[in-house]
Ligand binder design. Structure first.
Ligand SMILES: [Zn+2]
Length: 56
């Protein structure tokens, strides 16, 4: 899990890497689910999911 904050809309974002297969990892770009701004790149074998964390 990665915790970050969108620099555009200011929302707290939790990124789940969905990493399941060691050795098949690649960099995937993750965008903000609210404003679609680029957040970060994560190194994973799956498709990362970004969720708004309303609790923070
Ligand atoms: Zn945003």
């Amino acid at each position: 899990m990665i915790f970050t904050k969108c620099s555009i809309c200011g929302k707290s974002i939790t990124i789940r890497e969905n990493d399941f297969q060691p050795g098949c990892r690649d960099f995937e770009d993750v965008s903000c689910p609210i404003c679609n701004a680029f957040l970060t790149s994560v190194f994973t074998s799956g498709i990362p999911e970004a969720h708004v964390d309303e609790a923070r």
